[in-house]
Design a protein around this ligand. Structure first.
Ligand code: FDA
Length: 310
């Protein structure tokens, strides 16, 4: 718990970000969780995963963009990525994931509109390429604006997916609201940031119980649940709930992070399930990797061993 909180605090530190990037600790650590630096790397890995029967959601790493011009650059990066995925014939298996703060959400009063405009452009390009977009959910202070922008964009782009985090007490209500829209694509995860204990569950068993409650609402609806977890218990419960509510393997999907439980990804895909791998690429991997270490001590130990070997 203390390690998790320390690492989550470190994930937002610009000073540590600079130091860690400077040490170049990392190829082994980064390579395990990140496709590479460029869109071309992500497309290559997405192609390899598609060859093994796995779907992908490709994420351009980066968050808390500090200037509108940078948000425009990130947006351009997504349009380029979608073009490459289309040219590689991968848009039936690969979609994209977008962090709202990477495309401007945190940029003051204008940020919400700017992020909505940028995500709308990405959605239009994705639709043209024949694929979808899912909006990631970031730290708690961004949640209300993210939900507002998803709700407004869905009138034009109904297949826009949205992440919900079960550690937030509000999420069960948000899941119920999203479940009411037929085809609503909802990626349910537990949550990877450091939420306020006043508005979030902090004990693991409470976060898990809340996950199951929201998942049940989504499974018992016309929504399209995307079960984003590596937790064997949650995966079993998802499988049971899907059966109970008459869903086939085409009516929901399991999702896991690139580099996490690849054998389980394979096992589920071999059963005929839809399994989507969240596939990040880019140079700004610091915050993403530190969150992976916070949620799993074995990942931190893997990183520490890589440093000591140098
Ligand atoms: P949790 O960390 O609760 O661990 C439970 C058990 O699962 C462990 O005891 C272990 O048995 C197993 N396990 C977990 N991780 C493992 C690993 N790497 N290898 C082997 N076993 C493992 N968060 C967020 O806040 N916003 C977002 O937008 C997203 N997006 C997102 C997309 C996708 C596709 C995934 C899979 C996850 C996210 N997340 C996220 C991250 C998510 O919130 C969460 O932090 C991690 O998935 C870890 O929680 P789990 O439910 O996987 O297991």
């Amino acid at each position: 718990m203390v390690l998790r909180q320390t690492l989550l605090a470190a994930s937002g530190s610009d000073r540590l970000r600079t130091i860690v990037a400077g040490t170049r600790l990392t190829r082994g650590v980064v390579d395990r969780f990140v496709a590479g630096e460029h869109a071309e790397d992500a497309v290559r890995v997405a192609g390899e995963l598609a060859g093994r029967g796995l779907l992908t959601s490709v994420d351009h790493l980066g968050e808390e963009t500090g200037h509108p011009a940078q948000a425009a650059e990130v947006t351009k990066g997504y349009l380029h990525l979608l073009r490459l995925l289309g040219e590689a014939g991968l848009t039936s298996s690969a979609e994209v994931s977008v962090k709202p703060t990477a495309v401007g959400l945190a940029l003051g009063d204008e940020g919400e509109q700017l992020a909505a405009d940028n995500i709308s452009r990405i959605c239009a390009a994705a639709a043209e390429a024949g694929t979808t977009v899912t909006v990631d959910m970031e730290g708690e202070r961004h949640v209300p604006a993210t939900l507002r922008l998803v709700a407004s964009l869905r009138s034009e782009h109904p297949r826009l997916g949205c992440v919900l985090q079960s550690y937030l007490r509000r999420t069960e209500g948000d899941a119920a609201a999203m479940a009411a829209a037929p085809g609503s694509r909802v990626r349910l995860c537990k949550g990877a940031y450091a939420p306020d204990p006043a508005t979030a569950y902090t004990a693991r068993r409470d976060v898990d119980a809340a996950y199951v409650r929201s998942l049940r609402r989504l499974m018992d609806s016309e929504a399209y649940p995307m079960v984003a977890t590596h937790d064997p218990r949650m995966i079993d419960i998802a499988t049971t709930l899907a059966r109970r509510f008459g869903r086939t393997y085409d009516d929901f999907e399991y999702q896991m992070l690139y580099g996490a439980r690849p054998d389980e990804q394979r096992r589920l895909a071999d059963l005929g399930a839809r399994v989507r791998v969240y596939l990040p690429y880019g140079g700004d991997w610091y915050g993403y990797l530190v969150r992976r270490m916070a949620e799993r001590p074995a990942n931190a130990a893997f990183a520490a061993r890589a440093v000591l070997r140098r």
